[in-house]
Design a protein around this ligand. Structure first.
Ligand code: ADP
Length: 368
């Protein structure tokens, strides 16, 4: 199997490089480069950082220890694991290597199996480390997004309350308008916080579902009835195609309702007046597929890979908000809820306005 990790070999003797390249190639490493001096190595690492470096200690001009020291002193290359190849791997060799910051050492006489085993251990550590760094970055970004989302309604509530307290607004109609905005904005804040708490519980696996056996037909009838007022208000035809009778699923009803309200809400909002939304159910031997299809604005190819990410709002959604704009948490939460049920939530769209989008919820079927 091909291994996509990038490995850099640094050795002034091309024969040594060739041998290592051969071993790595036979173990499936497809991205291996060799350079023949310390200064070339530093340039190469800057241009295309590898996932691991095999570094000969004894080289003319700049030796391996110096290369190692320089890479470990630079915050951008510090995390690339380095295996030093020493002459005899003596106590003094290892000590020098450790002081230069090397992650591991092998003697020039090392055999293929041991070298590959050491390479794999360090690559696995690097993978875990990269994952951790990506998670940290995501968390930091997440905190700044939350702060931004909370700030806008808080700012409005604070500003309007201040104006009311200062007596700047006295006309009863105006006072009422201000109070209404404060009420709406605080409702928005509270929904946002609820969604965030829900999302974090699902992501941590700390949310328990209250499973019950549910007849899908009546459940979808009720959900559609709940959404009809919004459909009427936007002059959109919302229809539910016939659901096979006695189609049962084992689900948390409240949570499943939350998912469909979100999907329908989106289908109705990202749609023009006079449009349509259709729910269809398909049952297979061990799964049920419920699709929510709309003939609305569709999802652009640039947006598609991101729509399930927290706080992600598509380009069109940001430009042409119809009705209250969401915070971009709905689909993230919906997909976590469906995943907790052992199902999947997927999206399809050609990205062409008028051809709309389809969201498909697949749930395990309860066999009767
Ligand atoms: P929100 O609706 O609050 O922006 P969601 O997480 O529910 O957040 O949706 C994320 C994005 O996915 C939306 O901003 C929109 O760009 C896109 N989207 C979701 N559903 C639809 C749909 N039915 N039609 C077109 N775009 C959609």
């Amino acid at each position: 199997m091909s291994n996509s990790n990038r490995i850099l070999i640094v050795d002034d003797d091309p024969m040594n490089c060739e041998l290592l390249e051969m071993w790595l190639a036979s173990a499936g490493f497809a991205d291996v480069d060799s350079v023949y001096s310390g200064s070339e190595a530093l340039l190469h690492v800057k241009d295309s950082p590898p996932d691991l470096i095999l570094l000969d200690v004894r080289m003319p001009e700049m030796d391996g220890l110096e290369v190692c020291r320089r890479l470990k002193a630079d915050a951008t290359t510090l995390f690339i694991p380095i295996i030093l190849i020493t002459g005899h791997n003596t106590h003094q060799d290892r000590l020098n290597g450790l002081r230069a910051g090397a992650n591991d050492f092998v003697a020039r006489s090392v055999d293929e199996a041991e070298l590959l085993a050491r390479v794999n251990v360090l690559l696995e550590n690097k993978r875990l480390y990269d994952e951790l760094r990506a998670t940290m970055r995501e968390r930091i970004e997440f905190i700044s997004q939350i702060s931004h989302e909370l700030r806008t309604p808080l700012f409005a509530i604070h500003g309007l309350t201040e104006m009311l307290l200062d007596g700047e607004v006295t006309q009863p109609d105006e006072v009422r308008n201000y109070l209404q905005t404060i009420y709406d904005q605080s409702g928005h804040l509270s929904r946002l916080v609820d969604d965030l708490l829900d999302l974090s519980r699902f992501e941590r696996g700390a949310q328990t579902l209250k499973y019950e056996t549910l007849a899908l037909g009546p459940f979808l009838d009720d959900t559609v009835a709940l959404m009809q007022p919004l459909a009427h208000a936007r002059n959109i035809e919302l229809r539910l195609l016939a659901v096979p009778r006695q189609l049962l699923v084992s689900v948390d009803e409240g949570r499943l309702r939350q998912v469909f309200i979100n999907l329908l809400n989106n289908a109705l909002r990202y749609n023009d007046e006079g449009g349509w939304v259709e729910i269809a159910v398909q049952s297979e031997s061990n799964a049920v597929q419920i699709s929510v299809r709309d003939g609305g604005w569709g999802i652009g190819t640039l947006d598609m890979p991101h729509i399930f990410r927290r706080f992600y709002r598509g380009a069109l959604a940001q430009q042409r908000k119809s009705g209250a704009g969401g915070a971009g948490l709905g689909l993230a939460l919906a997909s976590e809820i469906i995943r907790a049920h052992g199902g999947t939530l997927t999206a399809q769209s050609e990205g062409v306005a008028g051809r709309g989008s389809t969201f498909v919820v697949t749930l395990p079927r309860t066999v009767t």
